[in-house]
Each structure stands twice: as structure tokens, then as C-alpha cells.
Design a protein around this ligand. Structure first.
Ligand SMILES: [Zn+2]
Length: 354
């Protein structure tokens, strides 16, 4: 092989398939709060590559679906039937009532594809979102900062101090969204505040959280879960810029067993019969999941989480499945694994079969 050929292929791959993390997201330089360490950055780069692979494959496959001849694409049809409860007729056509599902599925993968190609039209302000590792990009505070990140001074005291949101009387020329926020922060204060505010010096915006959902730990973090639970990742689209937070457990086997698609596919269990799909899944599915929330919006009517394990996803009705990010993640992974995995195993039932 000529050396020039060897080097040209990766360059073409990058150019034709999408972007790198820095092009798609704002990232905090290390060691800032919410920055990714070098192992996490490497993992995220792998996840992005894997997400591109799965999304590109799903978009290509969906483009081959013929509603009048579902038997022409048996691998795709079986996966659509399993994961999204698409029904087919005896004569080999799609049940006409499921056309909306096919449209939603196609649109979802195309939205992902658009985002991965740097087309962010669906994001808040059409701006580049932030990607954070762990929750310390947010700090619980009662102090007020403005949209430029500057401390707001309370001029009613002498000498002026930084305004406290629990007590500050906003001047008449304050931004329109300030008064409602201060109203919430005053509720129940000081005995039982109804809300707590988390400030991001990167986004220059607050997230208000009801007291029942106040972050826990020291320092308090959105990634700290109550005992018996694990938080893997969050997408927030209610701030000035959209954000994706990957919590540290997502980078471990608590999430998925394998780092990459390549490791998943070469695992002995992937060649066997009776392996649970979750046990050969790559951790990049977490990124794919969050990118669905990010591109389509976190509103439950659009992307409501109703199942996370393959068995839970397979048990959802079609109406719930087409909104459930992990249904897409496992659909794309199962579809890919059936096309490229060892021994031509079938995975759409959630267990590998001959
Ligand atoms: Zn989710």
C-alpha cells in the first residue's frame, strides 16, 4: 500500500462523516469545572466515532425501506418490528397505520445526522452546545451574575455588595426574565426555600431546581445520585445554551461493558447464542442517547425516557418507543451488529440467535 493512500483514507473519513468533538461542542479547558480529563476525552472521541457509524448506518438502512415490500429488507424490517412495533401485512407490506412511525424514526436519525455534520438548526439559539464531564460546571449559589458573567451589584446597600437573589430588589430597568427568577428564589426563604439556583460561568446562566430535587453531595452536583441510583448523563435545553453533561459512571462498566463498537463486536459473547444485547453494548450509546435529547428537545412529548435496558425498550408500545432515546440506540446497535457482527447472529429480540 502506498503511504499516501494510507494517510488519505482517515482524512476522507473525517471529512465525509462529520466533525470532531471540538467542532460540535464547546468544551472546558482542563482543569476547569466540567472539563474532561484525557481518558474521558479519548473515550468521548471514540463514542463520537461510534455514534457516527451507527447513525450513518441507520440513515442508510432507513433509506432502503419500501413500505410496499418489507421482505426486501428483512434485517431492517425485523428490527423495526421489534424495537418500534411496526406491523406488516401478510402480503409483505407495512401496515398503513404505521407510516407515522417510519417518518418519526427517519426524522430522528436524520436530525442526529444533521447535528453530527455541524448543522445545529434545532438547538437553542442555533448555537454550539456545551459538553461537560461531570457536574461541577454548575455551582449552587444565591448570588446574582448577569448574562455577561459579571457579578450584579446591589446598590441599595453602602458599600455595594454582590446582589443576593433571595433578597435583591431588582431595579425597574432589569431584564424581563430576572423578576420571575427572583420571585421563585424568594419563595419559602429563609426557612424552607422552594428553589435552589445553579450558576454556570460557562453558559452564563442559571438552572433553578425545586428543593425536592436539590443537588446532593459536597460539592453538590447534578451527577450525584441518591443512594441506590446512578446518574449517567443529562441534556439540558432550558438555559441560554444547550448542554450535555456526561457523569463519570458513564465511562465505566456500570454503564455499558465495552468502550467501543470494535471491542463489543470482537467480544466472545458477541459470537455466541443467547447473549443479552446489553452485555455486548458499547458506551457510545450514551452519547447517541443524549444527542437525541439534544437535537429533538428534552420535552417528554418529544423524547421521553420510558425504558433504558433492551428488555424495557422491547416492552414499549410503538407510541412510546418512537419517543424513547434508548429504543433508537438499541435499534441502531442491533441493526449494525446483525449486519457486521460475528456468525451472522440476529439481535432484534434482545438475545443473540442463530
Ligand atoms: Zn434520556
Amino acid at each position: 500500500m502506498k503511504l499516501s493512500t494510507f494517510f488519505v483514507i482517515p482524512a476522507l473519513f473525517w471529512a465525509s462523516n462529520g466533525q470532531n468533538l471540538n467542532q460540535l461542542f464547546n468544551l472546558v479547558p482542563t482543569p476547569g469545572g466540567g472539563s474532561c480529563n484525557s481518558a474521558q476525552s479519548t473515550a468521548l472521541g471514540n463514542w463520537l466515532t461510534d455514534t457516527l457509524t451507527l447513525v450513518n448506518a441507520a440513515v442508510a438502512d432507513m433509506g432502503t425501506f419500501d413500505v410496499n415490500d418489507v421482505n426486501a429488507t428483512p434485517r431492517l424490517t425485523k428490527n423495526l418490528m421489534s424495537w418500534f412495533k411496526v406491523r406488516v401485512t401478510k402480503s409483505g407490506a407495512m401496515n398503513a397505520g404505521d407510516a407515522g412511525k417510519i417518518t418519526t424514526i427517519t426524522n430522528t436519525f436524520e436530525a442526529l445526522s444533521d447535528f453530527l455534520a455541524g448543522r445545529n438548526t434545532l438547538l437553542t439559539g442555533k448555537k454550539k452546545p456545551w459538553l461537560f464531564c461531570d457536574g461541577d460546571w454548575q455551582v449552587e449559589t444565591d448570588l446574582l451574575y448577569d448574562e455577561t458573567g459579571k457579578a450584579t451589584q446591589d446598590l441599595s446597600v453602602n458599600p455595594p455588595v454582590q446582589a443576593n437573589m433571595r433578597t435583591y430588589a431588582a431595579p425597574p430597568n432589569a431584564p424581563a426574565d430576572l423578576a420571575p427568577m427572583l420571585d421563585l428564589m424568594r419563595q419559602g426563604w429563609p426557612a424552607n426555600p422552594s428553589y435552589y439556583a445553579y450558576w454556570s460561568s460557562d453558559v452564563h446562566d442559571y438552572m433553578l431546581v425545586p428543593s425536592a430535587k436539590r443537588h446532593t453531595g459536597n460539592p453538590r452536583s447534578i451527577c450525584n445520585a441518591p443512594t441506590g441510583q446512578i446518574y449517567f448523563a443529562f441534556t439540558i435545553d432550558s438555559m441560554l445554551l444547550d448542554t450535555v453533561t456526561i457523569c463519570s459512571d458513564s465511562f465505566t462498566a456500570l454503564s455499558e461493558p465495552f468502550e467501543t463498537i470494535q471491542q463489543s463486536m470482537t467480544a466472545p459473547a458477541a459470537a455466541n447464542i443467547g447473549t443479552y444485547l446489553n452485555n455486548v453494548s458499547p458506551r457510545g450509546l450514551t452519547l447517541l442517547h443524549e444527542l437525541i435529547h439534544l437535537t429533538l428537545g428534552t420535552d417528554e412529548t418529544k423524547t421521553g425516557d420510558s425504558g433504558t435496558k433492551p428488555t424495557e425498550c422491547l416492552g414499549l408500545t410503538g407510541a412510546k418507543a418512537v419517543k424513547n432515546p434508548d429504543s433508537y440506540a438499541f435499534f441502531a446497535w442491533s441493526l449494525y451488529l446483525e449486519a457486521h457482527g460475528a456468525n451472522n447472529r440476529k439481535w432484534h429480540t434482545g438475545l443473540s440467535q442463530a
